[in-house]
Design a protein around this ligand. Structure first.
Ligand SMILES: [Zn+2]
Length: 399
């Protein structure tokens, strides 16, 4: 399928208006838009400081990331099946765990296990069970690039879910993503937008973008990776992707034929290329470090699913700095430990006034979690937190 053109003029409202944008991925248009924003300088500086100050010690923890897939369909073929969605989640969980069978495509440099695990959300923002999939019909053509996708279906809390809209993205790109804290991008539009025919490995997908790598690629942008060739708008070795172990490259490449540029062999197998899905196969260790750093410094709360999570610590005055909110609550309450905290194993228990355990979790190195007690009757409860350096009980009111 060669519907993807090398260069195209198109209206990319909200991301880029009447701009000349290279094909396949809309990230270049996103970058152009960011560079023109008045907050660009402070955005760049803030990110640089966050990355420089980040201690790279948490590279081995497997991080679970809750995903919600918003299917928006005008045509019947765009209302993709649950099986197609599941096939995409499976691809992510191979590619981000170095479990894909085609790591052998990798040439030069390292092959990284990023250690991200993607799960369809089980609890929606209201605390109710969910499949992690929403379905909405529309009459709007090209809704993915018309700046209407989020008006029709706003993101679920972008600090708690990776939002993926699967819909019609027009004929010039396969998808696009916003990097963390993109200036000018609202929380309700933050996430990833993918064309339905490039999502997953079964159903409506078609070669050569039928192996789910478009989403692998866009998720990487969401965690702040750049294209291998950097931000060059014409062939040049002057910018790169800020990653030391990916060979510099002069421009985007669509062909899988071995190629040399900027004095080195291009790593065509990298997920941040434009090559066909079947040619791809790896991230590098440098890319892993940048994505995990982006997660810890800018998308940290994505980890706060029930019973998972985070962080480092030495402060003894944990209780005074621990937050439990809202309290009273109507059902969803967040327990948040201070940053720079290190528990090894922490047991969280919720008791009612009779001492009966309502809920408990044993979690390792946790920075916080969300408790859903919607089903519990109104009344007074006690939250007990027990760990190596912590042991306290706090009253919680459900109303
Ligand atoms: Zn891209």
């Amino acid at each position: 399928m060669k519907k993807i053109v090398l260069t195209a003029f198109f209206i990319f409202v909200g991301v880029c208006s009447y701009s000349q944008v290279k094909g396949k991925c809309g990230f270049d248009a996103v970058q152009q838009k960011i560079a023109q924003h008045p907050d660009f300088a402070s955005y760049t500086l803030k990110k640089k400081l966050a990355y420089n100050n980040f201690s790279q010690q948490k590279m081995d923890t497997v991080i679970r990331i809750p995903v919600v897939v918003h299917v928006i369909h005008r045509l019947a073929s765009e209302n993709i099946s649950t099986a197609q969605i599941n096939s995409q989640i499976a691809v992510l969980n191979k590619d981000y765990r170095k479990l894909n069978s085609d790591t052998s495509n990798a040439t030069g440099s390292s092959i990284a296990d990023v250690k991200f695990q993607f799960v369809l959300a089980r609890i929606n923002p209201s605390g109710s069970p969910t499949t992690g999939i929403t379905r909405t019909s529309t009459t709007i053509d090209n809704i993915g690039i018309s700046n209407k996708y989020d008006s029709l279906v706003p993101a679920w809390n972008n600090e708690r879910y990776l939002n993926i809209w699967v819909c019609d993205v027009g004929q010039f790109i396969l998808g696009f993503a916003y990097p963390p804290n993109t200036p000018g991008v609202s929380p309700q539009e933050d996430g990833i937008v993918i064309g339905s025919e490039y999502f997953g490995t079964v159903g409506s997908v078609a070669a050569p973008y039928d192996l789910g790598r478009t989403t692998t690629h866009e998720v990487a942008h969401y965690f702040d990776l750049l294209h291998i060739w950097g931000s060059d708008q014409s062939p040049s070795c002057s910018t790169d992707d800020l990653i030391s172990d990916t060979p510099n490259q002069d421009s985007e490449v669509y062909s899988c034929v071995t190629r040399t540029s900027c004095g080195s062999v291009d790593q065509l197998s990298n997920f941040l290329q434009y090559v066909d899905d079947a040619c791809m196969g790896n991230f590098t260790l440098g890319q892993k470090t940048r994505m995990r750093t982006a997660l810890y410094t800018q998308r940290d709360s994505l980890q706060y699913e029930i019973g998972t999570l985070v962080s480092s610590i030495t402060d003894q005055n944990i209780f005074a700095k621990t937050k439990l909110y809202p309290n009273p609550t109507k059902g969803t309450v967040t327990l948040e430990f201070p940053s720079n905290f290190e528990f090894h194993e922490t047991k969280i228990q919720l008791f009612d006034v009779t001492g009966k355990v309502i809920n408990f979790k044993t979690i390792r190195a946790t920075r916080g979690l969300i408790l859903y007690i919607n089903a519990a009757p109104r009344g007074v409860y006690f939250l007990r937190v027990e760990g190596e350096k912590i042991n306290y009980t706090q009253k919680l009111i459900k109303h």
